[in-house]
Design a protein. Structure first.
Length: 504
């Protein structure tokens, strides 16, 4: 099995396992902690997402640099210096951030959070624990990026999956056997967060070459890497804004009930990222390696193969949701009102998310190639244009307006930005990406699921609906595989127990 295949499988298993574990433990947390105390867990998750902007692009940088250096003659000894340099800077940022937030934690507890039954002292103590937990777990992103760049993604998923299970199930035991309080919960999260960071650090340092070379901090090296890091940070910053701004704006514009329907639809559409993330996370270091070797032809072949795989993985599920939104919402929530109010919004959001998933591979290819300016400026321009549009259309047309802007934003990236990216990579064939890699699988999915929509019987039981949608989805996946030539060839080789003719 090739390295990319193993990485994709490991990432897919890791993400699926994480989702299942959290699906099981979240209701238990609610029961043991209570709704108000669980609100502090929500605050922790939100603060973690916001503070990830302090990554400063070091995660993608260590991923790309270690991948490139690992295949370049005479450069492997530099890998330890790169890690030591970025590690020192990352830990400095994390500890300074932690110290500042600990200092202002009483203000956060007293003026931002609004508890009703929890004691103010308990809230202040919990906020301090939350801040310390984030500060010590933030550098784990650096070590995870390094292991990914070295192509040790199986090890990364084993460590992260084990620690995540310990984090989730251990918290249940702590709340049940020790104390059902947010302080006890976050003491456990702090200890496991430190363990996670330490385990990933140990694994990364142990797997770096040249163990006899003493790693050192190199200010000049930091200056050289800063241009790429700053660009990657800017892309991530504006990318996060583009993904989250609809929820931020709509939460202020819509009535709470209407925003609730939108949130449910957004949650369903965001599940598509669980299908695309294992692919992008796996191929990014390979893109960086091939770019470092100046292997343009092999890079293009890997890119087109990966793009077809991304289309095959995501489009059947996306088209199913776009064409059957009320059925999906009704079966999941068991609430006819939610299904009725959220169906059109869900179709628009999922269509936009599907386009966003398809452009992930072009984005990662340009990032791996060091072309950060285009991504930075396009994301910045998109944010400048889209934020006022989102506010205007959401104010006029409510949730439908916000969902329509999300779809139009991603359609513009799909039609306009992708060809601009390809212009800087001459080995890549733009027509092939659109016609062969993307539109053929899309056409197969629309044809099969469109017929399923047309012939779907009315008034069936939920069990029959689930079976019908399952068969339609399976047929759509089969059609997508057969319509993507590279994926079809691999599938036929596997079915015939033949060795593939080329490696990804």
């Amino acid at each position: 099995m090739s390295t990319i295949k193993k990485n994709i499988l490991a990432n897919l298993v890791g993400k699926t396992w994480s989702g299942l574990v959290w699906l099981v433990v979240l209701p238990i947390y609610l029961k043991l902690l209570g709704v108000e105390a669980y609100g502090l867990v929500g605050f922790y998750l939100t603060l973690t997402a916001v503070l990830m902007i302090l990554d400063l692009g070091f995660g993608p940088t260590i991923n790309r640099e270690l991948a490139r250096l690992s295949v370049q003659d005479g450069k492997r000894e530099q890998m330890r210096d790169v890690l030591r340099t970025l590690e020192s800077a990352y830990w400095t940022v994390a500890l300074v951030m932690g110290a500042v937030l600990v200092a202002v934690s009483p203000l956060i507890a007293d003026h931002w959070l609004k508890p009703e039954s929890l004691a103010p002292e308990a809230v202040r103590d919990t906020v301090v624990l939350i801040v310390l937990t984030i500060a010590f777990q933030l550098p784990s992103a650096l070590y995870a990026g390094g292991l990914s760049g070295l192509q040790h993604q199986v090890m990364l998923n084993v460590v992260s999956g084990t620690v995540m299970t310990l984090r989730a199930l251990g918290a249940v035991l702590v709340l049940w056997l020790v104390s059902p309080t947010p302080q006890a919960f976050f003491v456990w999260q702090l200890l496991v967060g430190i363990l996670h960071t330490a385990a990933l650090s140990f694994c990364l340092w142990r797997n770096l070459p040249q163990p006899g070379h003493r790693a050192r901090f190199d200010l000049q090296l930091l200056k050289e890497l800063w241009v790429f890091s700053a660009g990657a940070w800017g892309i991530g910053l504006f990318g996060t804004l583009l993904v989250q701004m609809d929820k931020i704006i709509l939460s202020a514009v819509l009535p709470l009930a209407a925003f609730g329907y939108y949130s449910v639809a957004a949650l369903v559409s965001s599940a598509l990222y669980y299908l695309i993330a294992p692919i992008t996370w796996s191929v990014f270091p390979r893109f960086a390696q091939l770019g470092g070797l100046h292997a343009g032809g092999e890079l293009a072949r890997t890119y087109h193969m990966s793009s077809q795989l991304a289309a095959v993985a995501t489009l059947p599920a996306a088209v199913l949701v776009v064409l059957f939104p009320s059925e999906i919402l009704g079966l999941w929530t068991r609430d006819t009102q939610v299904a009725q109010e959220g169906r059109i919004v869900l179709s628009l959001l999922m269509a936009g998310t599907a386009l966003n998933a398809l452009v992930q591979l072009p984005n990662y290819l340009q990032l791996a190639s060091g072309l950060v300016k285009l991504g930075f400026y396009t994301n910045m321009l998109s944010a400048i244009i889209t934020v006022p549009c989102m506010f205007f259309f959401a104010s006029r047309y409510g949730a439908l307006g916000g969902a329509a802007v999300w779809l139009l934003l991603n359609l513009a990236h799909f039609v306009i930005v992708v060809p601009l990216m390809h212009r800087f990579l001459p080995a890549v064939e733009t027509w092939r990406w659109y016609v062969v890699d993307t539109l053929l699988p899309l056409g197969a999915c629309v044809l099969i699921l469109g017929l399923a929509r047309w012939f779907m019987p009315e008034g069936q039981t939920d069990l029959v609906k689930v079976a019908y949608l399952g068969v339609a989805l399976a047929a759509s996946y089969a059609g997508a595989i057969l319509s993507a030539p590279d994926i079809r060839r691999r599938a036929l080789d596997w079915m015939n127990w033949k060795r593939p003719t080329q490696q990804m």
